[in-house]
Design a protein around this ligand. Structure first.
Ligand code: GLN
Length: 251
């Protein structure tokens, strides 16, 4: 199938209420890498009082505890059911930090306050006195079939997340704290949901992950024979390897 006949709808959830950590660059990376192949990408911005635009990819970034509480308190059951159905229909989700916590069962903040999650992912999170900040390098879960390529990112959270039986880790930390600083896991995967603690320009830094997300969304919308035209990623690769070298990790 020619890439030029394809299009994707991408919804950016809570772009104003939960967007304190520079995660919006991920939307730009998705859009550009679609467009460079002639795949049309339509971006929809849906905040608290908007209905959620049905899409092929949902992106939802991180935010402070207070923003998480506001979003949690304003989530209708209808919206929770809608997102749950989308997850079960194998729509693609990328969730970062605060939204990862909110898609889980609950988050206990630093005041001991319980913020209800949507209960879609089998995880729970508790704030800890130690803030987990810094560069992260992970090896991805083999199930994703991302090859040996690592993922690099930057974490900044106090929440420690623990995984239930219904989900698997997105990856395993080589450097960084990951989900909780204990068990070496980072993030979760469930169906086509990827949730992780990797803030900022996660997708610009990891073009292989961006393409994985685009491909999964196209396969889910059209068929599993879609292939993506190769792009020249030499600059991205140089930046990727420079960071790995600095962290003394082999690519
Ligand atoms: N409540 C969060 C925490 O663990 C969210 C922070 C974030 O999204 N970076 O600190």
């Amino acid at each position: 199938m020619n890439n030029k006949e394809l299009s994707l709808d991408i919804t950016f959830l809570f772009p104003n209420t939960m967007s304190t950590y520079g995660d919006s660059g991920n939307i730009l990376a998705l859009k550009k890498r679609c467009e460079w192949r002639g795949v049309e990408a339509f971006i929809h911005y849906c905040d608290i009082y908007d209905s959620i635009y049905p899409s092929d990819i949902y992106f939802w970034g991180g935010g402070q505890d207070i923003a998480q509480e506001i979003v949690s308190n304003n989530f209708s059951q209808q919206k929770i059911d809608f997102l749950n159905n989308e997850v079960e229909k194998s729509k693609v989700f990328l969730l970062i930090c605060g939204s990862y916590q909110l898609m889980g069962k609950y988050y206990i903040d630093s005041n001991g306050n319980k913020i209800e999650g949507l209960g879609i992912l089998d995880v729970y999170t508790k704030s800890s006195p130690k803030r987990m900040i810094g560069n992260v390098v992970i090896e991805t879960n083999k199930k994703l079939k991302l090859g040996n390529k690592k993922i690099i990112g930057f974490e900044n959270h106090s929440g420690q997340t623990f995984l239930g039986k219904g989900v698997e880790p997105f990856g395993y930390v080589k450097i960084g704290f990951g989900n909780n600083g204990f068990d070496k896991t980072e993030g979760v995967i469930y169906k086509n949901v990827i949730a992780c603690y990797l803030h900022g320009p996660l997708l610009p830094k990891n073009p292989h992950l961006t393409d994985y997300i685009i491909l999964k969304a196209l396969e889910n919308k059209y068929d599993s024979n879609v292939t993506l035209q190769k792009l020249d990623d030499s600059l991205e690769l140089k930046a990727f390897n420079t960071l790995l070298n600095r962290l003394k990790i082999q690519s």
